[in-house]
Ligand binder design. Structure first.
Ligand code: SF4
Length: 223
């Protein structure tokens, strides 16, 4: 069973060098009606449905290191009203992330996609200084058991995700929770008690379906 905090430390050593972080792609995407996206490498979970796992879980094999200034330049050069960090888990390299957000022009909305595991009070307080920040927390289960099955990480860390949402609200950081609904009943989803939950979409590559089957995770509806 994975300990995501320990794994974060291990992965940080592979993807961070001073202010630099490893990325494998910069692209224009149609999400949020068009946004400049940087995909980072390295994650602290091992989700059964992770479609980017080949690269994201193998940061030694892929990508290059970029400073926050270089990443900012690449994103701003795409000349879109929104920028987004995605791919792996951006919060693994907190210094790089804070530096990058501080460089993004204030009129550009910065979308941080995260699993929320590392969003403790100290970090959320630091994030709250940025008024052009929007944090999207991707929930990986509806309780400890489902979180554990999906992520391969200790169930207790499910509460980090829920706590991250509470802290973001407490510190007035714009945020929204997201969930891939395919594995849960309406009752299970309702039990989260989260209004305005965004539904993610399962990208059912054959290797993803195989991984889900191997872990005994059943698709009970289509997102
Ligand atoms: S949190 Fe995202 S990047 Fe990390 S393993 Fe899960 S799906 Fe992949």
């Amino acid at each position: 069973m994975i300990d995501p905090i320990e794994l974060s430390i291990q992965v940080r050593n592979q993807v961070s060098k001073n202010d630099k972080r490893k990325y494998y792609r910069f692209r224009k995407t149609r999400f949020y009606a068009g946004c400049a996206t940087a995909d980072c490498l390295g994650c602290n979970l091992r989700c059964a449905y992770c479609w980017g796992q080949k690269k994201v879980w193998n940061p030694n094999k892929y990508g290059e290191y970029y400073t926050s200034t270089e990443v900012n330049q690449k994103l701003v050069n795409m000349k879109l009203p929104l920028v987004r960090l995605s791919g792996g888990e951006p919060t693994i390299s907190k210094t790089h992330l804070l530096s990058l957000i501080s460089l993004i022009p204030e009129e550009t909305l910065f979308i941080l996609e995260t699993n929320g595991i590392l969003l403790d009070e100290d970090f959320v307080e630091k994030l709250s200084q940025f008024h052009n920040l929007y944090v999207r927390v991707s929930l990986k289960g509806v309780d400890e058991l489902t979180f554990e099955k999906i992520t391969g990480a200790k169930g207790i860390y499910f509460h980090n995700q829920i706590n991250a949402l509470k802290l973001l609200k407490q510190y007035n950081v714009k945020n929204r929770a997201a969930l891939l609904p395919d594995f849960f009943t309406d009752e299970q989803i309702k039990s989260l008690g989260i209004l305005n939950l965004e539904y993610e979409q399962l990208i059912a590559y054959p290797f993803v379906v195989k991984n889900l089957e191997k872990k005994g995770i059943k698709i009970i509806r289509n997102s």
